[in-house]
Write a protein that binds this ligand. Structure first.
Ligand SMILES: [Zn+2]
Length: 187
């Protein structure tokens, strides 16, 4: 059985089976690893506090085809205090989880998210985290047009990975969102 230790950012989890949960661990070397946390939903679980969404943790993973979290120890850090920054981080985690295939290595994206979580991000502070994340995932919003009317895009629907303008973005499902879009604002 393979066993390895890695630094991971939790992108959230979903219930798996009766009591267990599947945690989406974003790693620098292996991209997203979906790993089972056995009885992760028990109140007495020692694992889950270390695997809350956006937590940076050292995780011990075992398994061959499926992966299981054997141990987790979170790195001591504060999550952002301002709700806007926290919301943007949650959105970034959601986008990555939805658009990045499992085990697809994206070290630059991983470092961007880590730096943003730790508050040590230095470059690109004038652009929104959302547009940076989209760019790194191959969806460059800067010159994108609305899928319905070709107006400059200001919204992105994660579910179908599609850009929309202000008007059409609002008529799409609630998962669409606006992002800082300097080029289009000037247009
Ligand atoms: Zn439109």
């Amino acid at each position: 059985m393979r066993e390895f230790v890695t630094l991971a950012i939790s992108l959230g989890k979903r219930i798996s089976g009766e009591r267990d949960s599947l945690v989406f661990l974003f790693t620098e070397e292996n991209g997203i690893i979906p790993a089972q946390a056995i009885s992760g939903y028990r109140i007495t679980s020692k694992l889950m506090p270390h695997l809350e969404t956006l937590r940076l943790a050292t995780v011990r993973i075992v398994g061959n085809t499926g992966y299981r979290i054997a141990d987790a120890l979170r790195i001591s850090h504060q999550l952002p205090v301002t709700s806007n920054r926290y919301k943007e981080l949650l959105r970034a985690a959601y986008i990555i989880r939805k658009l990045l295939p499992f085990f697809s290595q994206e070290p630059e994206l991983w470092r961007l998210l880590r730096d943003e979580i730790l508050g040590t991000r230095t470059s690109g502070v004038q652009t929104s985290l959302t547009s940076d994340v989209l760019c790194l995932l191959g969806y460059d919003p800067h010159f994108a047009g609305c899928a319905l009317c070709s107006n400059p895009a200001t919204h992105f629907a994660v579910e179908d990975a599609t850009f929309y303008c202000e008007r059409h973005g609002k008529t799409q499902n609630a998962l669409s969102f606006t992002f800082a879009h300097e080029d289009n604002r000037r247009a």
